[in-house]
Design a protein around this ligand. Structure first.
Ligand SMILES: Cc1ncc(COP(=O)(O)O)c(C=O)c1O
Length: 475
């Protein structure tokens, strides 16, 4: 590879073979309609997405050296099309989207087109999408906004209502639970954590509504739970809150904003903000084969729905989330969204088939009496890819079983709780699963590329792990 200037132009010669030498990497870059060719050194970031030295292929993106990955709710590998989009953006759209010259315009175009792709994926409008660093930031931004919205709604009113009150469920992700607990500790907000019903695994709409107080300013309910896969009644909740808001407006009470964290649902089922009727929706790229950034949908932010920035800076994202745009990752997120828009029904059907096969194979291999499915709730819908189950018996704690597996890669619950030892998952306990069953829980989540043959190998692996543990356990 050679880099230099020729005739006032930057040139780079990249080998014509499929192999790209690296790292460090370099690539030819066409800069907008000016047509200059420049070289950019793309080192750590590209190495991070590309691995070591080859162009992206499906096999490379998924490579796990013979292990079976059934932890797609924790994260997903980048789709090859996404890697390509990230790579292309790094090479061809590295300009600052705020610059008015061709390099900047090209980057800006890419950001705009990714915004359109995200909007299309969830049935919103491009202007409703704000790119963020990920789901955690999007969720925090909603909570921050709701508190500001509450205080602004109190401005000028004689009858002040103290601190903002937020209603959520006991099974939300930590990026909802922990900021709310923190605000509570600081005396800045009050939260009601509505328990999920042991009958349905859902936070029931009536229970959420019953928790609403005059000072309530936000209801946040995840669309699908990351551990059980149970889908929550968000559309019904939004409708009921909307009706309630009309009555509250007449009484001078603050409007209740409605948020859903759709991290686990996107790419696995229908997500349409019009049908859901929410004011905000959290999008997490790495859950649908996109990069580790995210976005927040807000219905007409700053006009119909308040949105208050947590950061202040250069005015990007209409000042809702300033900071120079991470163009390559945004391009990758846009590509991941395109894949979901085009294929989500096929993805869903495939994952449901494989997940159902997994559950049938587990029962056939261990016997119906030894397997307890922790997310089968009568009448509740659940994610197409998630199987949360316990293998009953002493000494078969989920973590021990996984530690004895030779090929299966899975988890016992949310990845962010992985350091919490053998304590049973609080999510399962809140769903009414007895502690001795919950401590044996395993969460297997299948993906777009998981096959029935993968399931056979994973279940065989579990069988041998359990046999091993039982031998160790025997007196
Ligand atoms: C339901 C849910 N919400 C939010 C997040 C956080 O997203 P991020 O990892 O992008 O911060 C996750 C991912 O772990 C999740 O499962």
């Amino acid at each position: 590879m050679a880099v230099g200037q020729a005739g006032g132009r930057w040139v780079v010669v990249v080998p014509q073979t499929g192999q790209v030498p690296g790292p460090p990497w370099a690539a030819t870059c066409q800069v907008g309609d000016g047509g200059e060719t420049v070289t950019v050194a793309v080192t750590a970031a590209v190495t991070a997405v590309m691995g070591t030295g080859t162009q992206p292929t499906e096999a490379q993106c998924d490579s796990l050296e013979g292990r079976i990955y059934l932890d797609y709710n924790a994260t997903t590998p980048l789709a090859p099309e996404v890697v390509q989009a990230v790579w292309d953006a790094m090479c061809q759209a590295w300009g600052n989207p705020s610059s008015s010259h061709p390099a900047g315009r090209k980057a800006k175009e890419l950001v705009g087109s990714a915004r359109e792709s995200l909007a299309r994926m969830i049935g919103g409008r491009p202007e409703d999408i704000v790119f963020t660093s990920g789901g955690t930031e999007a969720n925090n931004m909603v909570i921050h906004t709701a508190c500001r919205h509450f205080h602004e709604s109190q401005r000028g009113t004689e009858d002040r209502r103290g601190s903002p009150h937020i209603v959520t469920s006991t099974v939300e992700h930590d990026s909802i639970r922990l900021p709310l607990e923190q605000l509570g500790k600081e005396g800045l907000a009050e939260t009601t954590f509505v328990p999920v019903s042991p009958r349905s695994g859902q936070a029931e709409v009536d229970d959420v509504l019953a928790a609403i107080r005059p000072n309530t300013c936000l209801v946040s309910l995840m669309l699908a739970n990351n551990e059980t896969g149970v889908i929550m009644p968000v559309a019904e909740l939004s409708q009921r809150v909307c009706a309630l808001n009309q009555r509250r407006a007449a009484e001078g009470l603050p409007r209740i904003l409605v948020h859903t964290d759709a991290a686990q649902m996107i790419g696995k089922g229908r997500v349409d903000v019009q049908e859901l009727g929410v004011d905000y929706l959290t999008i997490v790229g790495h859950k649908f084969h996109g990069p580790r950034i995210g976005a927040l949908y807000a219905r007409s932010p700053g006009i119909a729905t308040p949105l208050h920035p947590m950061l202040f800076g250069g005015g990007q994202e209409r000042s809702f989330r300033p900071g120079t745009e991470n163009t390559p990752m945004i391009a990758g997120l846009g590509q991941a969204a395109e894949l979901v828009s085009k294929n989500w029904e096929a993805y869903e059907a495939h994952m449901r088939d494989v997940r159902d096969y997994l559950e049938a194979t587990l029962e056939a291999s261990f016997g119906k009496q030894r397997i307890r499915f922790n997310s089968h709730f009568k009448g509740s819908k659940r994610l197409c890819n998630t199987c949360n189950f316990s293998i009953l018996g002493p000494g078969l704690q989920g973590r021990r079983v996984l530690a004895n597996c030779k090929v299966l890669l899975a988890s016992v619950g949310a990845a962010c709780h992985s350091e919490k030892g053998d304590r049973p998952s609080p999510v399962l306990l809140s769903c009414g699963i007895p502690p001795e069953v919950a401590q044996n829980a395993l969460r297997l989540s299948v993906g777009r590329g998981t096959t029935r043959a993968d399931v056979d190998r994973a279940v065989q692996d579990l069988v041998q792990a359990v046999q091993q543990l039982e031998r160790d356990w025997a007196p």
